[in-house]
Design a protein around this ligand. Sequence first.
Ligand code: SF4
Ligand code: SF4
Length: 423
Amino acid sequence: MWIINTQPSRFGAMEEIEHCNKCGFCLPACPTYQLTSNELHSPRGRIAMVEAAVHGEIEVGLGLEESLTYCLDCRACESACPSGVRYHRVLESGRNLLRQQRKQPTSFAVKQILRLVKRPNRLRRAIRIASLLRPVMHYNAVKPLVPLMGYTEQDVRPLPMKSDPKMSVQFFEGCVMSAQFADVNQAAKNLLVRGQIATVSPIAQGCCGALHLHTGHRDEAKAMARNNIQAFEQDMQSLIVNTAGGCGAMLMEYEELLSDDPLWSDRAKRFSKRVRDWASVFKNVCGKVPLEGQGIRVVVQNSCHLVNVEHAGEDVVALLRAVSNDTFVSYSDQDRCCGSAGVYNIEHPQWGLAILDNKMKVLGKIAYDVIVVNNPGCHLQMRQGIKRQNGNMEAIQHIAIYLEQAAQTAENHAQREEFHAET
Ligand code: SF4
Ligand code: SF4
């Protein structure tokens, strides 16, 4: 019989397994079940597999590995579960068990990503060089960076604060966000400035550690969490905002990650309580910021973790509805995973693409001009989806870029009206 860690303070997997009454309400929410119609690739099936492995009824072998490996960790099942089962704890314990028993090495591509995200400047340089050399290099040499290529940042200039700020927040820059989407972070800061919120970016901050945690490098993820907690302790009153659903969810769960560390658990708890998605903070002041669109139709591809962990999906929708002149079109699958899921699309490209294609099929039935996203992985994955349909890849925009453009349009409009009124 295999023993997994059953301390509720650490993983709490047994507690979650016992709460699952096998009702199956989570099945329709699960993208891998939707893809396969196979119980082994459903949340209920995965919980049952881990439970059977814990009780020694099945081997910690290929069957368990296949079931757990193909889970996206999107947590849609947690939002769908009426019993409040925290599935991710079961998944993490099951994957931990697999690592102990089967000792699967991390792939070369994933190792390179995990190394580079610790140094955003180096990651930025690597993406630029790989993009230039890609036409003449062997695919394997640039493979880890391929999902990060192809996005060209816009020139977004910092806005000065026109009057005294009403409040200040600390800004979490993120590794991929600062390496590849610095324009998005700047647009988000500009919108906060428009709402009279000042931003401060602590210098010692680093990558959130989500990719490390989800690929089983738990101790490294903990070290990264401790670094960030310390970096953001200079001002304990400010909220900590970020523009990436995956990072935000990870920051919110430092409390859980470090709950068994007596020296850090309280500090982690205080840190996590201050974390908000940028959209939730901006929503509270967006009434002060006129937003005017271009007369287009907009849909959203929400990040799974933003919806299922940060519970900020409604704030995103409220912001999109606040843009005058544009039409926000909601659809039933807007919160369903796009198949990016951290390094899933690198590790399991066929499944990642099949899930993406399902999403694009749904979107294909809607007339839209722009797809708004709120996470870098989703952003690049959705670009890939559009590319596979020979569509316009610039139709994918981060919500901060979309809203900052709407704020500029409204500002220009107001200036023109003022000018006409004076002449
Ligand atoms: S995880 Fe929740 S929804 Fe899914 S089978 Fe268990 S109790 Fe039912
Ligand atoms: S985390 Fe996502 S892919 Fe994994 S079982 Fe839950 S719904 Fe399915």
